[in-house]
Write a protein that binds this ligand. Structure first.
Ligand code: PLP
Length: 361
């Protein structure tokens, strides 16, 4: 095989990043293990327990149950599955702000639940009144997002949790991307202040683990047991995961990354990424572009479509929000030098665009 993996030096839109060296090494060592069969592979199974307990420390959820999933999509699907199993209704619904990730659409399709998508407020956050008026007796789950995919916004988590409790629904927080930065921000609340039942937090995003390493956490093992099926031919008795055989690489690298980086490494990384996001936002604003203020390390800005396309043609891996804004995610591999080079390319394009075209004749 001749192919080389993608370099990260122009990747500005991904929520994945280069694994930390300790995570890469652990992934290689545990590549041929299967945490789905703990009777045969007890070491990786013990590492998974360590990973879940570290995720509990990071999120301040006391002694959660959970596992290392294939990613945020699986974790969100499984959370909806728990809610559906708990629901009394025969046609349960899940209420989610429109900023929720599209994985919930997959969950709704697979599980046959109704997904109620509620418009966000002017700042792209869950609108509490709108959520309140969308819930009813058949609401099995309310979703709050802590670090939205498009704008990096954080929903009012404790208030959403209260609405969920009032209607007897489970409360799920999707912190797939934001979970590793929120401990270092200055929100007045922490996850410990909210009645959270389940949570998604992905080590393979800001956690700097190797793919695949998502995270599903549940407040108690009774909740996680809603997912469990019997496993007759294995030495373990039941399995709560969606996949059977799973990659020990993801699990081991998640444990290694968190052991190495929590809390100091993640704190330093958050501050560096946030400074980079602020720098890029200011640079774009100075050039006259409309910018969505980066509350977490993610910058969205309105660029002409032709400029966006020209930047992509120059090799920049950038993407757009549903309404067409440029979206730059300041992940650990994104340096100030990369951003300066991106802005320099933008400047060169703009100069060229402003020079009048002179015909040859
Ligand atoms: C908030 C959020 N939830 C879930 C996901 C899905 O995660 P994955 O792609 O690992 O399945 C993403 C992906 O970017 C995300 O941003």
């Amino acid at each position: 095989m001749q192919a080389e993996p993608q370099a990260f030096d122009r990747v500005l839109s991904s929520m994945c990043t280069e694994p930390h060296p300790a995570a890469r090494k652990a992934a290689e060592r545990f590549l041929a293990t299967n945490p789905g069969d703990p009777g045969t592979y007890p070491t990786i199974s013990a590492l998974e327990d360590d990973a879940v307990s570290l995720l509990g420390e990071i999120t301040e959820l006391p002694e959660p149950a959970g596992y290392v999933a294939s990613g945020g999509t699986e974790a969100n699907i499984q959370a909806v599955r728990i809610a559906r199993e708990r629901a009394d209704s025969r046609r349960p619904n899940v209420v989610m702000p429109e900023s929720g990730h599209f994985s919930f659409q997959k969950a709704a399709d697979i599980l046959g639940v109704e997904l109620r998508i509620v418009p966000t407020d002017d700042d792209h956050r869950a609108d509490l009144e709108a959520i309140n008026s969308s819930v009813d007796d058949e609401t099995a789950m309310i979703v709050g997002v802590a670090g939205t995919t498009e704008y990096g916004r954080v929903d009012p988590i404790p208030a959403l949790g209260e609405i969920a409790k009032d209607v007897g629904a489970l409360f799920h927080v999707d912190a797939a991307w934001g979970g590793f930065v929120l401990p270092f921000t200055d929100y007045e609340w922490t996850f410990a202040d909210a009645p959270i039942d389940t949570m998604t937090i992905d080590p393979h995003k800001v956690g700097q683990a190797a793919v695949p390493a998502g995270g599903l956490l549940a407040r108690s093992s009774e909740l996680l047991d809603e997912l469990a099926v019997d496993t007759p031919y294995l030495e373990s008795t039941s399995q709560a995961t969606l996949s059977g055989t799973r990659s020990g690489a993801g699990v081991a690298s998640a444990a290694a990354a968190m052991e190495t980086l929590w809390p100091t490494g993640y704190r330093e990384e958050y501050h560096r990424s946030q400074r980079n996001a602020a720098w890029l936002a200011e640079a774009l604003e100075k050039r006259g572009y409309e910018v969505v203020d980066p509350t977490l390390p993610l910058v969205a800005a309105r660029l002409p479509r032709s400029t966006f396309d020209a930047l992509r043609a120059k090799g920049w891996r950038i993407s757009r929000t549903a309404t067409g804004e440029l979206r730059v995610v300041c992940m650990p591999h994104v340096t100030r030098e990369m951003l300066a080079s991106f802005v320099a390319d933008l400047d060169r394009l703009e100069v060229r665009a402003s020079v009048p075209v002179v015909s040859d004749d």
